[in-house]
Design a protein around this ligand. Structure first.
Ligand code: SR1
Ligand code: MG
Length: 418
């Protein structure tokens, strides 16, 4: 009766055996179901199970890192943290998530809506596609989920209990602590890069005191700033899109951390896609236009986040931080607004540093991105990756000098032109 890893056959019996799921699928006969495993992430199994009435997704944690194998065990409890994060995000932004159907803690498994015709954003960006609602949807999602899980909004006792609950997501936090902030900067056994042309830049990182200190300063923020409940792994593979819709999936790395981490992760992935464009075949609109759209999208995500956050600050600041009474007693809402702008500036500085760390780790660490890996010609790939690595280093080292999001676009353009 304990944990069993499912396969494309046993998942049918599993789904048919749960009354609520069988009802959705339209049958309790496993023989009337079709199932396939479609997971292409680094950690889990993902099945699509189709019945006569509808389909569902079954996501199951494996007791090890799928990317590496059973030599790297990983706690099944991550499914519990993912479920808890999904439930909290769904209370705030249900329209941006798949509908949640069922959680099985023993089998470390979540059953949720099969999103169709949604596709993974990363693949679409690589193919040169654009999504006009993406920045608005994601910017609002970030502001809503981060603000409403912070001390600006949450009841302080509930927040402390929640911080404690997610503090147990130790193994997944350790993955980020090691793979994002630490291993890319020394001779860690799992580090890799795909072309010898990158040897010089990759090895130089290990002797680069400024970048190492920058990465450690960001690690300090990652481990100490329990500002808000983070998604924890918000890259373009954790977003599914159609022309009109956007859904955020996979928050198994969730914990209470710095707000800038989620935003920085997403921007890093847009910049990686930006630098990968020249490595791929031309599109009718041109790869240059796609690159400019990616930079504008990064700019809009930050702007929408900041505007939405400011509105929430003005209208829904009900927590212990910057309490209304503290400022209204002296008629000084302006003072509170100054505090809000200073807070957002500090978040922005974190965004820049985290974006830098997230770019570097995808180029010389263990886990890479398809945007770059799918560039067939190694010489072109090396050029694209080298440019992205330069930007990542610059963001980490000089994160304090960027006054606004447009400075990041300027940096990206200037590196592309060099
Ligand atoms: C060993 S897991 C490698 C990476 O995959 C996940 O998507 C996270 O980004 C993690 O760092
Ligand atoms: Mg994931």
């Amino acid at each position: 009766r304990g944990y069993h890893a499912l396969d494309a056959e046993s998942v049918k019996a599993y789904a048919a055996g749960i009354e609520e799921i069988a009802g959705r699928l339209g049958t309790s006969d496993p023989g009337a179901l079709r199932a396939r495993e479609v997971g292409d992430g680094n950690l889990n199994l993902v099945f699509i199970v189709e019945g006569p009435a509808s389909a569902v997704v079954v996501k199951q944690a494996l007791p090890y890192v799928r990317l590496v194998g059973d030599s790297w065990p990983l706690p099944l409890k991550r499914a519990y943290f993912e479920w808890n994060a999904l439930v909290r995000q769904a209370a705030v932004q249900p329209e941006r998530l798949p509908a949640l159907h069922h959680f099985d803690p023993v089998n470390a498994l979540i059953v949720m809506e099969y999103l169709s015709p949604h596709v993974i954003l990363r693949k679409e960006l690589t193919a040169g596609k654009r999504f006009k609602h993406l920045a608005e949807h994601v910017g609002v999602f970030l502001a809503e989920t981060l603000f409403r899980s912070s001390d600006f909004f949450m009841d302080t006792a509930k927040k402390k209990a929640d911080v404690a609950l997610f503090a147990d997501n130790v193994a997944l936090c350790a993955i980020s602590e090691n793979l994002v902030f630490t291993e890319p900067y020394f001779d860690a056994p799992l580090n890799r890069w795909t072309t010898p042309q990158l040897d010089g830049l990759a090895l130089a990182l290990r002797a680069d005191r400024a970048v190492k200190v920058g990465a450690q300063e960001m690690l300090y923020r990652f481990t100490t700033k329990s500002e808000a409940l983070l998604h924890g792994d918000l890259h373009t593979g954790s977003i599914m899109v159609t022309a009109k819709d956007t859904r955020i999936i996979d928050p198994e790395f969730a914990f209470y951390g710095p707000m800038g981490f989620d935003i920085g992760a997403l921007l890093a992935n847009l910049y990686l896609s930006y630098f990968a464009q020249e490595g791929h075949a031309e599109t009718p609109d041109g790869r240059f236009a796609q690159g400019e759209w990616l930079l504008e999208t990064a700019e809009s995500i930050w702007s929408v986040f900041a505007e939405s956050f400011a509105r929430l600050w003005r209208e829904e600041r009900n927590g212990i931080l910057f309490s209304r009474r503290l400022f209204e007693d002296v008629g000084d809402e302006v003072g509170a607004t100054v505090g809000m702008h200073q807070f957002l500036q500090a978040v922005f500085c974190d965004v820049v540093g985290f974006a830098g760390a997230k770019m570097v780790r995808r180029l010389v660490g263990l886990a890479h991105v398809e945007d770059m890996e799918s560039i067939a010609d190694p010489d072109r790939r090396a050029v694209c990756e080298a440019r992205a690595l330069l930007m990542g280093r610059e963001l980490l080292v000089n994160r304090g000098v960027f006054g606004d999001i447009f400075g990041l676009s300027c940096l990206a353009r200037s590196i592309l032109r060099e």
